[in-house]
Structures are given as structure tokens and as C-alpha cells.
Design a protein. Structure first.
Length: 329
């Protein structure tokens, strides 16, 4: 009996147009590469045939099941980070995928060719949401993408096990994401990483920012005052953990002080992204006294950054626990 089928998430997956050839085999192994999908429409009882593509999405690369908010994804899973909610919306700043999709296909080749500026589209329950890639890294079998919301929705609420399919709406030429011994080349040998972005969660207390807190607070002139997430033309500094939520390979001091050259006397431009808000700052590593009175830089596993507002959105507040991203520009 050739080209048999299985039923998965309400879809009949088969490699044969002749359903009668395969309808009586209920114990088949999952089909990992079907030629097309046959979907039964409950409204009128008809079957519809769609071209190959994950979960009936013609251009989908693959599908993953939601692991839960900020939960490390295992085989076939993905997760998000943002404001603590399991919602695909403008709050999402990190999307993580296990390298294997939920049909156990290794998608590493696809992920290794995604570069900064690529547009990822997640589709779930008929809702498509687009994100622009700002940075990326590989942690074990998990691809971590720092993103900003681009368009789509309305917001898609996720539950553990909810399936979302990924399409690539636009890709940066060459990938520009695989760092090897001779430099940077898309999809080649080396370590999948981007050093141009770093992501933190917003904190609300000096004493809570430490070497492993993955958090940061902002200083608004004329002095430190709550709310510590205030972003405006008066924002003059950031006190942060050496260990970010994502990005910043080598820690915050390496990221700001070496990778991007934002040392004292040699500041660099960075774009702060939160929701659809973007603010450009001139940033350099500071020397002097931290909010707690210790030396700045690497003391206690924290770092202080001098910030000078240049342009962009102003007069907003990043809530406690919500993530934001800084990218070199």
C-alpha cells in the first residue's frame, strides 16, 4: 500500500491524491515530508488540497509547538520573551526555536542563513505576526533571535502546545551570521552569533541588579529616581547586569567596551527598541561611581553606561519585568 496518510492537528497528511489507497492504515509512522495536505472543511464536508508547506501554510519552513513563556524549547518547541505574557504581539523581543521542528526535521540550515534585517512571520490560528531580526545567537540546540515587532495581528494568544508555523518574508542577503576563522559569512562554518544587540529585562531596584540578574535600570537627569524605566531626552545612563537575557557575547563589558568600541572617549551609537518605539543614544563605558558607590565597569559583575540622547521616541516608560534591546547602529 503506497503513499499512506496520517491525521495530525486536523489535517490529513498524505503523499497520494488517491485517499482510498491509504485510508485504512491508522498506525502509520508520521510523514515528515508530505507532498501536500488534504484538509476536511467541517462547514460543507468538502476536502481541500493544499501544496506542501507546514500545517497547510504554503510558504512555511516548519512548525513548532509553544513550550511556555521563557521556557527553554526542546525538540519541536519554541518560546518567546517580552512582557511576561504568552502573546505574539509588539511586546515580544526574543523568539527562541529548537533547531528541530515538530516533525523532527533539523532546520539548522535554514536558521544559519537568517541575518540581521530578515523578517520572520509566525502564523498560528490563522493569525500572522511579523518580526524584524535585530540579533541572534545559538545556545546548544536553541536558536535565539532578538526581534522587534513589524506588523500583523491582532495579537495571538499562545498556550503550551499551541502550534505556530514560521515563514521567512524577507532575508538579508548572505545571512551575515556565521562567524568563522576568516571573518563573517552567511550560513558557513563557525559559530552562529551576532554581536550587534543585547537584551535586558527592566528592573526596579538598584540592589536587584547583579552579575546574573539579566536586568538593568536607567538614570534620568538630574539624578536616579523611579520609575527606573523612564526613557527621554534626559536619560543619561544605564546600570546593568554583566549577564544579559540574550546577545552581548562575552558579557556586557565586552559587548559595549570591546565589540562595539564604546569605550571612554570613543562612544558609539545604539538604538534602544521597546514595542514599536525606537530611541538612539550615544553610549560609552563610564568610569567613576555606580549608584551603590562602587567602581563602575566590571565591579560586582555590573556595568554602568553613560548615555546621550540623540534622536527618536522619548517620554515613555519600560515597565518592570518587560524586556528591551540595544543594538549598535
Amino acid at each position: 500500500m503506497a503513499n499512506e496518510f496520517k491525521v495530525r492537528n486536523g489535517l490529513i497528511i498524505t503523499g497520494s491524491m488517491n485517499v482510498s489507497e491509504s485510508i485504512y492504515a491508522p498506525n502509520l509512522a508520521p510523514e515528515s515530508n508530505p507532498a501536500y495536505y488534504i484538509t476536511w472543511r467541517q462547514s460543507d464536508g468538502r476536502f481541500e488540497v493544499s501544496p506542501a508547506g507546514a500545517a497547510g501554510n504554503v510558504n512555511a519552513i516548519g512548525c513548532w509547538d509553544y513550550a511556555g513563556y521563557a521556557t527553554t524549547p526542546t525538540t519541536g518547541e519554541f518560546t518567546i520573551r517580552g512582557n511576561g505574557a504568552s502573546i505574539l504581539d509588539s511586546n515580544v523581543v526574543i523568539i527562541e526555536f529548537n533547531k528541530a521542528d515538530n516533525t523532527s526535521i533539523d532546520q539548522s540550515v535554514f536558521f544559519n542563513n537568517i541575518g540581521v534585517g530578515s523578517v520572520l512571520t509566525l502564523i498560528t490560528s490563522g493569525i500572522a505576526v511579523k518580526y524584524t531580526v535585530k540579533g541572534f545567537s545559538l545556545s546548544g540546540n536553541v536558536y535565539v533571535f532578538q526581534v522587534t515587532y513589524l506588523s500583523g495581528g491582532p495579537s495571538a494568544t499562545l498556550s503550551v502546545g499551541t502550534e505556530a508555523c514560521l515563514t521567512l518574508t524577507a532575508v538579508t542577503a548572505g545571512g551575515n551570521n556565521s562567524t568563522g576563522t576568516s571573518g563573517t559569512s552567511g550560513g558557513g562554518a563557525g559559530t552562529f552569533s551576532s554581536t550587534n544587540c543585547i537584551t535586558y529585562a527592566m528592573d526596579n531596584n538598584f540592589s536587584d541588579v547583579n552579575a546574573n540578574s539579566q536586568t538593568a535600570i536607567f538614570n534620568v537627569s538630574p539624578g536616579w529616581a523611579t520609575p527606573f524605566g523612564s526613557i527621554s531626552s534626559n536619560t543619561v545612563g544605564m546600570y546593568a547586569s554583566q549577564t544579559p537575557l540574550a546577545g552581548g557575547s562575552g558579557g556586557a563589558t565586552v559587548f559595549f567596551g570591546i565589540t562595539n568600541g564604546a569605550t571612554v572617549g570613543n562612544p558609539k551609537l545604539f538604538e534602544l527598541s521597546y514595542l514599536n518605539l525606537k530611541t538612539t543614544f550615544l553610549i560609552n563605558v563610564a568610569l567613576g561611581t555606580s549608584p551603590g558607590g562602587s567602581n563602575l565597569g566590571t565591579t560586582g559583575g555590573t556595568i554602568y553606561l553613560n548615555m546621550q540622547y540623540i534622536s527618536g521616541d522619548s517620554g515613555y516608560t519600560i515597565p518592570t519585568g518587560v524586556s528591551f534591546t540595544l543594538c549598535a547602529i
